[in-house]
Design a protein around this ligand. Structure first.
Ligand code: ATP
Ligand code: LTN
Length: 329
């Protein structure tokens, strides 16, 4: 089928993937894979912008590819590859850096948060990271970028960059749109529901890993921060309960009204137990498939090599054009 819109997205192999990554990103990629021409990447060069261990990075890359597949991304309908296997990403990033104003990057809230109090020490890569992300997207002329809410500003920067480039050098890039679901686009930490659930947060009870054992999931949810109220309703002013109910809503597919009616008269303990059931039932098939995939590392290696070669054809065509219009050839 031709004429499908193309989507591109990626996750950093910076730690164990969690249900925020699943609800905000992966699950939506899976749900829409028939509708789009799909390219999904493990963005390893983004994961080196903060301090890291090379051996762990290698492991995390393979783990994340297996999670993509185990979650239901179908390699016959999606290209799945690792960013550093296609060297055009960093080449385009440099060229785009030369057309991106410093002011745009200075306004990125993620950089401000991650560099808070240590501006002198963080890497220049952390600052220019959104340009590499713009390169990822523009290299493939993607129409849409399905992400969680925290990435909206970065996708908008990619849009602005494409427009600026096209204005300076002539029509070269497709201008991409963020694709963000209204529910579950920002899953919050279980230990602190005012902070986004993130791989890089270290707290024991912060996140639910996609590969966490059922027992662990129950324990973490039992300890999740709530409040001293009683009613189980969707009230954003009560962030703990709101977050747990949002996870329930995203994974059960039930409506807000159905959920509130269901929990009427019940306590937080019941709600947390039922939420654990839903989370465990969602993750069980993903984990089973993950275990199968890790038994055959050669399969993943071959798939990655084949898909990188396939997407590289698109990347090369874009770079030919970019070099030409920029006077580099
Ligand atoms: P890190 O802590 O290393 O920044 P992260 O857990 O925030 O990692 P990313 O690799 O930055 O995850 O994000 C991958 C995808 O998952 C993005 O589309 C992002 O928007 C989405 N995502 C990440 N965290 C959440 C969350 N808490 N809720 C919803 N979506 C999320
Ligand atoms: N910055 C993103 C990961 C990312 C990405 C991309 C997402 C890197 N390149 C291109 C979508 C499209 C993040 O989630 N931290």
């Amino acid at each position: 089928m031709k004429n499908k819109k193309r989507v591109f997205s990626g996750i950093q192999p910076s730690g164990d993937p969690h249900i925020g990554n699943y609800i905000g990103a992966i699950r939506n990629w899976v749900a829409d894979q028939e509708e789009y021409d799909n390219i999904f990447c493990v963005v390893d060069q983004h994961a080196i912008t903060a301090s890291y261990d090379p051996e762990e990075l290698r492991r995390n890359v393979r783990q994340l590819v297996a999670v993509y597949l185990a979650s239901g991304l179908d390699p016959s309908r999606c290209s799945l590859f690792v960013q550093s296997h296609v060297p055009e990403h960093t080449e385009l990033a440099w060229l785009l850096m030369c057309v991106t104003p410093m002011g745009w990057l200075s306004r990125m809230t993620q950089f401000k948060e991650k560099s808070e109090g240590k501006q002198e020490q963080v890497s220049a890569g952390l600052f220019t990271y959104p340009v590499l992300m713009a390169a990822d997207i523009l290299l493939y002329q993607a129409d849409g970028v399905p992400v969680g809410d925290d990435q909206k500003q970065h996708v908008e920067l990619a849009r602005d960059t494409a427009q600026r480039f096209n204005h300076l050098f002539g029509e070269t890039f497709t201008v991409p749109q963020p694709i963000i679901r209204p529910v579950g686009a920002r899953v919050m930490g279980l230990d602190d529901p005012t902070r986004k659930m993130a791989k890089s947060e270290s707290g024991q009870n912060h996140s639910i890993g996609l590969l966490d054992e059922p027992d662990r999931i129950r324990k973490k949810l039992a300890r999740a921060v709530t409040d001293s109220h009683k009613e189980i309703v969707f009230d954003p002013r009560r962030p703990g309960v709101f977050n747990l109910l949002t996870i329930y809503r995203s994974l059960s597919g039930q409506s807000q009204e159905e959920i509130e009616a269901h929990f009427e008269g019940k306590g937080y303990g019941d709600m947390k137990r039922e939420l654990a059931d839903v989370v465990i039932a969602t993750l069980e098939p993903v984990q089973a498939r993950f275990r199968e995939l890790t038994e055959d590392p050669a399969y993943i290696d071959e798939l990655l090599a084949e898909h990188a070669a396939r997407v590289r054809v698109i990347a090369r065509a874009t770079m030919d054009k970019v070099r030409r219009v920029m006077g580099l050839r």
